[in-house]
Design a protein around this ligand. Structure first.
Ligand SMILES: [Zn+2]
Length: 152
């Protein structure tokens, strides 16, 4: 109910919220139709959708799932802009770290050179092609025509 109350301010144009404004929100109560055990928010919304389809109510008739998916979309878009905004900053940070620690990084690399090279040249078996591929070539191999046609 608190959520509905909050949303009615953000989104006053929906049917339910118009009714809120007309009759007064204090006249509305949320009553549980049933106690429904569910594992996820999506399951819960699917159940809400089931009742919306079943009862075809005049109010609160926006599809629960669509709303949920809309919110997910918005979140995704938000995450994306966040990522874009922080990309430059992250790059800058990495660069800074490298500049400040060049010697350390080089020493570390030298110390682990053998291991790194061994790891890179390790041969990985590709099931689709029945062949082995160097670890540092596996992503190139997976994009290759040979692998693509063997994967079909
Ligand atoms: Zn392959």
């Amino acid at each position: 109910m608190a959520e509905h109350r909050a949303k009615s301010k953000v989104n006053p144009d929906t049917k339910l919220y118009k009714e809120f404004a007309e009759i007064g929100i204090s006249h509305f109560r949320i009553k549980p139709i049933e106690w429904f055990k569910c594992e996820s928010k999506h399951e819960l919304l699917a159940r809400e959708q089931y009742y919306i389809d079943l009862l075809e109510p005049d109010l609160n008739c926006n599809d629960a799932i669509t709303n949920y998916e809309k919110i997910r979309e918005q979140q995704k878009r938000h995450d994306h802009t966040y990522y874009e905004r922080n990309k430059e900053r992250k790059k800058q940070k990495q660069k800074q770290y490298y500049e400040n620690n060049t010697e350390l990084i080089k020493t570390k690399y030298e110390a682990n050179r053998e291991i790194i090279l061994a790891l890179k040249s390790e041969r990985i078996y590709c099931e689709q092609c029945d062949c082995t591929v160097r670890r540092d070539h596996i992503s190139t191999h997976k994009k290759s025509k040979k692998h693509q046609s063997n994967s079909k």
